[in-house]
Design a protein around this ligand. Sequence first.
Ligand code: SAH
Length: 365
Amino acid sequence: MDGAHQNLIGLSRGELGSLVQSMGEKPFRVRQLWHWIYDRGAADFQAMTPLGKPLRARLAADFGLVRPRVAREDASADGTIKWLFRFADGNEAETVFIPEVDRGTLCVSSQVGCTLSCTFCHTGTQRLVRNLAAAEIVGQFMAARDALADWPSTRPDRRITNVVMMGMGEPLFNFDNVAMALAIFMDPDGIALSKRRITLSTAGVVPMIRRCGDEIGVKLAVSLHAPDDALRDRLVPINRKYPLAELMAACRAYPGAHNARRITFEYVMLDGVNDSPAHARALARLVAGIPAKFNLIPFNPWPGAPYRCSPAPVIERFSAILNDAGYTAPARAPRGDDIMAACGQLRTESLHARASLRAPATGDR
Ligand code: SAH
């Protein structure tokens, strides 16, 4: 975005209200603008005919409705679409659309890069560059809806029906911006996604889990991947800071978790590492008492990855043990793995500032 135009996308209702007031406009304009931005998906003010010509001209002079640019779009044979989005400062993040029979899920990134360094995750090999702003998190959704011609939000056959904060980055390390963005997704006058259609996934930032339930109120997914601290310390290094006992206590106390709204435990199936029957039984004991379900994720390979995916019969046995203990534990077929869009395959070339100074980028950035 050029500095002269302030972006209206990503502002809270309150911030938009102050802005409308400072322009000397009546409060009803806030709802009207909100409707045109988030229900109609207007990308410029000229489309907003009910606002009248003079107001449209004033808005266009000072403000923008800026989305990230599509730097690249890949379509998988299975219908999954991955976008590489470029933000105003040249940094990039990926967003994935996963169509299913009964829904369409948009997987949204919260950071450029990641600090977690989970050993099986491709994003984990990219250093954290920076947090995404609320405007950039919401912008991914806006740009995806643009690309899918999926406006207005009230379309009965809309393609994006669900959002998962499961793209690049750790959403609970960018809490304020993620909370702001999710409030915009849920606002009933705009995109109007219900909180049951939004899932936030965390590797286990324990101190923020309660706030996620209290202040955001969406469904929680936890990237578990190991039933004991020794193994989880290796796979998900944040476990050294927030070990399993603390993580499980936070899950037990998650506001709004009950049987109709269970916590999803994600578990990547790594051949010979975390996939034995003993691991499955330990897992069932670990989550006892938590309204829980499992999502067994076949390991998705990436260049240089030090793991292989567990064989199908091993995954089936693992799933059956969890079922016998009373937990659903489907192993979903990977989506978009032919375009490196599946879980854990996202990565961009964006570099941390210091690194890019050492090796100046050539060409268009
Ligand atoms: N940082 C958050 C959000 C990322 S969600 C979190 O960790 O939950 C992405 C999910 O994909 C996580 O469950 C992650 O552990 C999983 N994942 C990462 N690499 C993977 C891979 N190579 N194969 C399958 N799943 C992977």
